[in-house]
Ligand binder design. Structure first.
Ligand code: GTP
Ligand code: SPV
Ligand code: MN
Length: 594
């Protein structure tokens, strides 16, 4: 007798609610891909690009009110508000289903529902999770095909099991008034309606691989993090793996693909991942990391043959561009793509398709993106899909901070390192809607992505350190310090390898450092700055720890931590008090409460 699998039952229920005209199961094949592309070219969802310069690549223009993640419309629908914590918007599960269920009723009428089975991670790996997204957006399907392992490979891994994370996505009417990105962690379920953009719509990325995965990771004893992963090869040929958590649009992709100016000395970088990192404790007591993604959804502006040649090579073919400009000969254009030319060729269309004129605003939207297959990256690591992952020797936390944070410092131990991660702050960027350039606390670069109460998350990090006999060393970096005129003090990009090299020395027990109130800062001689031409006073400024700035930062942090009340782990509280003491800071009313 024919019985339905749990997946078939869920898809039938989703179709019953959204009422599509047709249901198409995606197998991930070339033929299917071509059918989808043809359809999108025909209805204008995609525009063709120059087949010579950008083979098999397409441009998509989003609705102008749908160009970034919308954090204020993103909710964790856990049973209780306390589990979601002050770091998340919360809606009771029953209320969420009632309210947003109404929006899904019939939302796919006249449209096709695509069923996308996908894997986050390598087939057969212990780390890998199966997801299934149903969507009425063929653009989402085309992106998921690059960003995940989609189709038959996922159905094969799933079999008839119910071990999958379901995601229901509909474009709805694209009105922000009817846009919701809802996570039901107890059911491993996502509901997303009203947006077709990036992390709002490609449900394997932020929704499954970070918000739901962080919840699963706490239950199962691992870590799901917003981190890039790279391997630093040294002159002996040995590769040391490092992970780094920087907030959205703060440099993960660029660091992961770094082209090393120290290559002639034998230092080069291999790319393992650029956005998401899942880590488990290995038998050797180290943290082993995988990148569960299959592609890059990278920030376009600022990417050039000068800043990130590996990204330029990666996006040269088989890519989808979203909200970039289009030159008259069908090539993508964005601010910074060509350091020689500040303006695009005559006749270029801006991201909304209007003819661009000198004096107009930006050509590309500041959060315009490329979607490209990871395996096209020239620096991709031979281990990027290793089912067991790569062993992590160093973790970096990094923000975008014009002042206060030095170029790099090392935490004293794991517990202090967790506190350094918890005290991260960064200036907001165009990756999410809202004001750009506001300094906000963004612990572990997970403020928008931690699927549960952040105080419990810090507790989980602390517990992981106790369970792992050989945890990585922890560092904080800041590539974005500025002078009074607003210029970056540090050249950044490829030159960041000099900081990685110091970190490698520290991991090996060498590398000069001086102890400051916030941690171990390199001595100027310990950094290899040969050939950089950085005046001594700039180096001193980059490494400066100014007590007055840090006291102010400490009070800002105190007000942030205060929200977590009794749930704040005692070790974080103790680290906070110890930092205040080292800084000679006087407590404010807010701080007293911590
Ligand atoms: P998400 O994909 O949103 O998570 O961003 P990301 O963290 O991967 O950031 P990405 O590497 O794409 O960089 C974002 C922006 O910062 C781009 O415009 C880069 O050109 C710029 N950027 C990256 N690294 C550096 C750096 O070392 N120095 C400076 N000044 N800018 C950088
Ligand atoms: C981020 O904002 O951190 C991104 C882009 O990586 S998105 O997929 O839109 O979340
Ligand atoms: Mn990201």
């Amino acid at each position: 007798m024919f019985t339905m699998t749990p997946l078939e039952r869920w898809v039938e229920a989703a179709a019953g609610m959204t009422r599509p005209d047709r249901v198409v199961w995606c197998d991930g094949s070339e033929a299917e891909h071509h059918r989808l592309i043809e359809g999108m070219l025909a209805d204008g969802t995609l525009l063709p690009m120059n087949e010579q310069t950008n083979p098999n690549s397409y441009l998509h223009r989003s609705d102008p009110n749908d160009v970034a993640r919308t954090e204020h419309l993103t909710f964790i629908c856990s049973r209780t508000r306390a589990e979601a914590g002050p770091n998340n918007n919360w809606m009771a599960p029953a209320e969420a289903k009632e309210r947003v269920g109404k929006l899904f009723e019939g939302s796919m009428r006249g449209r096709t529902m695509y069923v996308i089975p996908y894997l986050m991670g390598a087939p057969g790996s212990l780390h890998t999770k199966v997801g299934v997204e149903v969507t009425d957006s063929p653009y989402v399907v085309a992106n998921m095909r690059i960003m995940t392992k989609m189709g038959q490979v996922a159905l094969d891994q799933l079999g008839g099991s119910e071990e999958f994370s379901p995601g229901l996505h509909s474009m709805g009417d694209l009105s922000p008034d009817r846009r919701y990105i809802l996570h039901f962690p107890e059911e491993r379920l996502v509901w997303s309606i009203g947006s077709g953009y990036g992390g709002n719509a490609l449900l394997g990325k932020k929704c499954l691989s970070l918000r739901l995965a962080s919840w699963m990771a706490r239950e199962e004893g691992w870590l799901a993090e917003h981190m890039m992963i790279l391997g630093l090869e040294d002159p002996s040929g040995a590769v040391t793996y490092m992970a780094g958590a920087f907030p959205s649009a703060c440099g993960k992709t660029n660091l992961a693909m770094l082209v090393s100016p120290l290559a002639d000395q034998g230092y080069r970088v291999w790319t393992v991942g650029d956005d998401i990192c899942w880590m488990r404790i290995g038998a050797d007591g180290r943290l082993w990391a995988v990148n569960p993604e299959n592609g890059f959804f990278g920030v376009a502006p600022g990417t050039s043959a000068h800043t990130n040649p590996n990204a330029m090579a990666t996006l040269a073919s088989n890519s989808i561009f979203t909200n970039v400009g289009l030159t008259p000969d069908g090539q993508p254009w964005w601010e910074g793509i060509d350091p020689e030319h500040k303006t695009p060729p005559a006749g270029t269309l801006d991201w909304q398709g209007h003819a661009w004129q000198p004096g107009d605003g930006v050509v590309a939207h500041p959060n315009s993106r490329f979607t490209s297959p990871a395996q096209q990256c020239p620096s991709i690591s031979p281990h990027w899909q290793d089912p067991q992952g790569v062993p992590i020797s160093a973790i970096m936390f990094g923000g975008r901070r014009a002042r206060v944070a030095p170029l790099v410092y090392q935490a004293l131990d794991w517990e202090h390192g967790v506190f350094v991660g918890a005290s991260m702050a960064s200036e907001t960027t165009a990756a999410a809607t809202g004001q750009v350039g506001m300094t906000r606390r963004d612990p572990m670069a997970m403020l928008p992505f931690c699927g549960y109460n952040m105080a419990d998350y810090w507790g989980h990090w602390l517990a992981m350190g106790q369970r792992a006999p050989n945890p990585p060393a922890i560092f904080h970096v800041n590539w974005f310090r500025k002078d009074d005129a607003g210029n970056f003090l540090w050249p950044g990009y490829g030159e960041n390898v000099r900081v990685l090299r110091w970190m490698l020395d520290r991991v090996r027990g060498t590398g000069g450092a001086r102890e400051t109130a916030i941690g171990l800062v390199p001595t100027p001689e310990a950094l290899d700055l040969a050939g950089l031409d950085l005046p001594e006073r700039i180096v001193a400024e980059l490494l400066r720890v100014e007590p007055a700035d840090w006291k102010h930062d400490w009070q800002h942090l105190g007000r942030f931590l205060e929200q977590f009340g009794d749930r704040l782990p005692p070790a974080i509280r103790a680290q906070y008090a110890a930092l205040g003491q080292r800084l000679g800071a006087t407590s404010s009313g807010a701080v007293e409460a911590v």
